[in-house]
Ligand binder design. Structure first.
Ligand code: ZN
Length: 333
């Protein structure tokens, strides 16, 4: 019997009778991070990293959730568990399980580049590594994030000088806060859409961010002229966007690395900035664990597992219901 198995409800540890990021409601679940495909409603008891507790409560309402520190071990029916930084978004964790000397690690989502807001990814030695592979193709190779942040600030400064408002869009948990953290607030004021503002408020107890102001019914076009507005991509084509006046639109996502993505999204500027590991990041993470077995769960699972097999790993894919939040963004069109 493997330590972790894949069931119709999600990844299951039978020995501890606990699920990891289940996609159906269960009695007890360990949760890797707050994105909606990993932290779902309907479970009686959630156990997660302490930073995730207010994030998940903000998203799921009045739930029972307890927080653990990174690297803190706790035992359920003889199985030792711990959460380790995954570097994906604030609070994101790899989940380690050890029983009778056998060690499994489930990554949830992760990235190996530092982003300035999430605790940096730490490799965790294990025998079996259950990994995402959202960008598991060699074409995906990220630039230095600072270059992307610099070009965002230059775009904003240029728009500001032309009395044009910059609308910068990104996913509400993680991406938008990463963008905000690196904005040059000396250029002008930073405004937010409600969805962006509320999640950012949750994270302000852990992270220092520049000041933001929520756009309300009373906010006028004149007030926000030349400023930067942070919002989720779902606002594209909505009535909300019309009150912003003269706009230049920008969208930050790893998917912008795809040729044609900019045209499909109909935005003025595309910024390639991902919260997932690129090809080299995935490989370096796997190597650093020293694992023998790899299970790929979402993204380019087949091609990536095939490559790993050719390199000598015992690799296979496993169908799950994790989607990568990036797909939700594409659906939001
Ligand atoms: Zn995620």
């Amino acid at each position: 019997m493997p330590l972790l198995e894949f069931t119709s409800k999600g990844i299951y540890c039978k020995q501890a009778d606990v699920y990891l990021d289940p996609w159906r409601g269960v009695d007890k679940a360990l949760i890797s991070h707050g994105h909606s495909d990993h932290a779902r409603w309907g479970t009686k008891q959630y156990i997660t990293n302490e930073i995730n507790v207010p994030i998940i409560k903000h998203r799921l309402g009045n739930i029972i959730a307890s927080g653990r520190k990174y690297n803190e071990t706790f035992t359920i029916n003889g199985v030792q568990f711990s959460f380790h930084p995954a570097g994906h978004v604030p609070g994101s964790s790899q989940i380690r399980a050890e029983y009778k000397g056998e060690i499994w690690v489930f990554t949830g989502d992760y990235k190996t580049q530092a982003d300035g807001i999430s605790t940096v990814f730490e490799p965790v030695p294990c025998h079996t590594f259950i990994t995402e592979s959202t960008f598991g193709l060699p074409v995906f190779q990220w630039e230095q994030p600072q270059k992307v942040h610099d070009s965002i600030n230059q775009w904003w400064a240029q728009n500001h000088s032309e009395k044009t408002t910059s609308l910068l869009m990104g996913y509400s948990l993680g991406k938008v806060q990463r963008l905000l953290k690196h904005l040059d607030s000396s250029i002008s004021k930073i405004y937010t859409h409600g969805a962006t503002e509320h999640m950012t408020q949750v994270l302000r107890q852990f992270i220092d961010f520049p000041r933001t102001e929520l756009i309300t019914r009373d906010t006028t076009k004149k007030e926000i002229e030349g400023s930067l507005v942070l919002a989720p991509p779902a606002v594209l084509g909505s009535a909300w966007i019309k009150k912003l006046g003269l706009l230049s639109t920008g969208y930050a996502s790893g998917w912008m690395a795809f040729r044609g993505a900019r045209r499909r999204r109909a935005v003025d500027r595309a910024f390639v900035l991902s919260d997932h590991a690129d090809w080299k990041g995935l490989l370096s993470a796997i190597r650093a664990t020293g694992c023998e077995n790899v299970i790929t769960t979402h993204g380019y699972t087949e091609l990536f597992a095939q490559y790993l097999k050719e390199q000598g790993w015992n690799a296979r894919t496993q169908k799950t219901q994790y989607e990568s939040e990036t797909e939700e963004i594409l659906v939001a069109e």
